[in-house]
Design a protein around this ligand. Sequence first.
Ligand SMILES: [Zn+2]
Length: 212
Amino acid sequence: MSIHRPFQLSCSCGREYKVKLWDSINVTENKELKAKLLSGEVNQVQCPQCKKKSYIEKNLLYHDSDKKLWFHMLPQTDRPKWAELEEEYRKDLKDNDHIKKYHFRLVFGREELLEKIRIFDVNLNDRLIEIIKLKIINEDESLKTLTDLKLFFSRHMPEDEEMHFSLSSTEKGLNQTLVVASHHYEDLKEAKATEPISSGMYVSIHKTRVLH
Ligand SMILES: [Zn+2]
């Protein structure tokens, strides 16, 4: 079920206004909400007076009952607490039998959520994708020292046997697409590769890298 609630906001222009913000979206029941999420319109608001648009980053549950996806998005400011939060969610889920077949993930911020959706929508394993990212960073000395590096899976091109990642850093003025041969993914799958970053509910290289 998709759930939204009323919130009172105050704009920098002085106007106070009421909006409805989503707490939870079920994209199997509400396909149009998934399209809105992908285009950045979920929890985006507009002041009726000065027309300023803002995105309100708050907890959001992404539920896909076809693909069995259960993603909890939390604000990016909560990322440093990922270990405690993971523990809390694990306890909550332990006794919930009917959702045991699900993929549970914790994500921080919209970029991490959208990346998980892109990965699961093409039936890839996000744990292996994070290991590929770790390898990308470890093989490039100039990336290792970047404190604001953003590295996200963007798409899989099976016909070209390629995976595309977007790499950006404001500090270094970087904004590029990185192409990785799909066989790296297949090799990791074959080897049943695991890394600390690829375990648990928060599957992300950001576990070990502090983003600013
Ligand atoms: Zn305003």
